[in-house]
Design a binder for this molecule. Structure first.
Ligand SMILES: [Ca+2]
Ligand SMILES: [Ca+2]
Length: 323
């Protein structure tokens, strides 16, 4: 990294070019895009996600972690020397500030030169007062929640909406979840029912296809039995009067009348928060069609690239994170 930074600085000073003469001639030959082109996704690291070499995609299947991928693309230009294509360009324009969009400050970087975001995305963030009316989504998420509990409300968190397969029917990448971070002083306010669940589920709805759940959990281990280290109850809706138990998140559940209430959760455990899977629609390989890039929440979880093949989503590449 240090030597590239030095190269970059030298380049800016005009004394050394960061691209080889061979690469320079390729660039001029194909209107700004070299024959061999690479695209990285940048968050903390630079993840190679497309490397087209003489018309053939090199990054396919399971690429291992980002270090393994860097070995595969070893002779390709390094990410920090390339043009940045900011993910905020993916979103259709509305009144939101760019910073209100997921991943808005992150970017792709590439030596390609084409429209990286041909499929525009509408982003919707939901509140308890403003929930979407989507029976198709309800059907999927309710069936998942009811695998574990019949008395847990369906709460939507956010959705990315677009038309990836261009059939005029909206496709959506949707997260539902009934927990959220909260740490103000709180008294117990447990749910009315005993057998409730907490969940976070992200699913992709491509028109004409079965929903694809990218990640999710529904669990019923959280009960009204007070936190009590001796009894190995480390997380609960209740705590004993003078006992420990940190409050760092709450759940949304039903009261006795079927209304929604906020139920503080008390815990002895480490709390690493809940988060949603993120997604990007981006033409990473320059074929004019967007790929769906899913960033599974949580450390060590992969970044997965899907392509549309005969109208269906097909996983073509994954790279592990957190190595
Ligand atoms: Ca569609
Ligand atoms: Ca593409």
């Amino acid at each position: 990294m240090t030597s590239s930074k030095a190269q970059s600085a030298l380049s800016q000073a005009g004394s050394v070019s960061v691209v080889s003469s061979e690469e320079t001639s390729e660039m001029t030959a194909t209107n700004g895009t070299p024959e061999n082109h690479i695209t990285y996704f940048h968050d903390f690291y630079d993840y190679g996600i497309s490397y087209m070499k003489q018309g053939v995609q090199i990054l396919t299947g399971d690429g291992g972690d980002e270090c393994d991928v860097l070995k595969i693309v070893a002779i390709a230009p390094e990410a920090e020397n390339l043009t940045k294509f900011y993910i905020k360009e993916m979103y259709s324009s509305d009144s939101k500030l760019p910073s209100e969009y997921p991943l808005a400050d992150l970017y792709m970087c590439s030596n390609g030169n084409w429209d990286f975001f041909p499929t525009k995305v509408r982003y919707e963030k939901y509140t308890l007062e403003n929930q979407p009316n989507k029976p198709e989504w309800d059907q999927y998420f309710m069936s998942r929640i009811k695998e574990e509990s019949d008395v847990t409300p369906l709460i939507y968190v956010e959705a990315y909406i677009f038309d990836w397969n261009k059939d005029g029917i909206e496709d959506a990448f949707v997260t539902a979840g009934n927990t959220f971070p909260s740490n103000e002083d709180a008294k117990p306010n447990p749910p009315y029912y005993d057998h409730t669940a907490v969940y976070t589920i992200t699913a992709f709805f491509l028109s004409g296809e079965e929903p694809l759940e990218t990640s999710g959990y529904v669990t019923t281990y959280l009960t009204k039995e007070p936190v009590n280290e001796k009894n190995e109850i480390y997380r609960s809706y209740n705590k004993l009067e003078n006992d420990f138990g940190d409050h760092m998140e709450s759940a949304i559940q039903y009261d006795s009348k079927g209304g929604l209430i906020i139920c503080p959760i008390f815990t002895f455990e480490d709390y690493d928060g809940t988060s949603e899977d993120d997604m990007i629609l981006c033409d990473i390989d320059g074929d004019g069609n967007s790929e769906l890039i899913v960033i599974i929440s949580g450390i060590y979880n992969p970044i997965i690239v899907y392509k549309l093949v005969n109208g269906k989503q097909v996983e073509v590449f994954r790279v592990g994170t957190g190595a």
